[in-house]
Ligand binder design. Sequence first.
Ligand SMILES: Nc1ncnc2c1ncn2[C@@H]1O[C@H](COP(=O)(O)OP(=O)(O)OP(=O)(O)O)[C@@H](O)[C@H]1O
Length: 376
Amino acid sequence: MIRIDSVTKRYPDGTVAVDRLSLEIPDRSVTVLVGPSGCGKTTTLRMINRMVEPSEGSILLDGQDIRQQPVNTLRRSMGYVIQNAGLFQHRTILDNIATVPRLLGRPKREARARAAELMERVGLDAALAKRYPYQLSGGQQQRVGVARALAADPPVLLMDEPFSAVDPVVRKGLQDELLRIQDELGKTIVFVTHDIDEAIKLGTKVAVLRTGGRLAQFAPPAELLSAPADAFVEDFLGADRGIRRLSFFPAAGLELQTAPVVPIDADAGRLASGAAAPYLLVTDADGRPLGWSEPDRLTAGAVDRERLLDFGRPFVPDTDSLRTALDGAVLSPTGWAVAVDGEGRAVGVVSQQVIGEAIRDAHGRVAARADAKAGR
Ligand SMILES: Nc1ncnc2c1ncn2[C@@H]1O[C@H](COP(=O)(O)OP(=O)(O)OP(=O)(O)O)[C@@H](O)[C@H]1O
């Protein structure tokens, strides 16, 4: 655990970048520091690897004051990734990644083998190994930055706005990759961003800082969204807080109806058994959805695919959230969402109303848990 204990940083010109900040950063999880420009995120991160020394307070790593170990030893235990990757322009990709193992005295062959392995881990094609940084896209360069930071297998990874300079699509890919790597490697990651959506997506816990380096709230993302500590946090979270919060509620408990799902070759009896529903979902012979139809427009054995209504975007109950299910229902011309299994076969349908009830239940459960925690 990294423990930031009442740390203040006053720069020589008198700027107080961080003001009596206390934070406990748990092991093997992603802790995000988020806040408006100039609120002291970078200063805080750099105090963890002693690129900046606190004016007051202390930082403990696994119970030991970080000032008690030589700065080089400390930094070796902490990979550091910055915006634009900060790669060595005159070295190949492979040698960029192999830099730290080489500095640590690893033989060239071993360091390069490790670098090649890391390229694969961060999703870089081996063919890029001999290129130079300027021959890579921004997103690829960031991946190299992550690989380089992982090369010495440090337990801690400090990341300062690593994905800010790339476009939203590439950024999403990099975020997904980071979560995957984190799942596999279980690093202690401290991640700085000014993007609250990135914070909510990546953070196990999120520290929202306000200008002057003061902590506004430190909580898991779902808790931030459901109970912002004050108006500043609420404002910083922005619009759609309620909808975004639904991402944290699984769709697995939704009660699905199967009677309205009918195969394209359904006989009259099968069609009649679903006829009470306002719409039927027609599937192909493998069970994959084709589209919606009002029951009285269907004739057994003669379904005109062209006349079916678009079924919108289906959700997978086992892995998706209530947000995805609701989105599916809102996008569907019938107001019903289609549930599919991992192979894309329809497993049932669910109305907006039922999703609405599930949302109310989920809110109720969270409120009950909060009450229990507060001893009410
Ligand atoms: N070397 C320095 N000397 C004086 N003031 C500094 C120095 N470095 C940072 N600051 C100031 O400290 C405050 C916090 O800066 P910091 O870079 O930590 O913020 P940040 O939250 O990371 O900002 P951003 O999101 O814009 O990168 C700012 O007011 C900044 O101007």
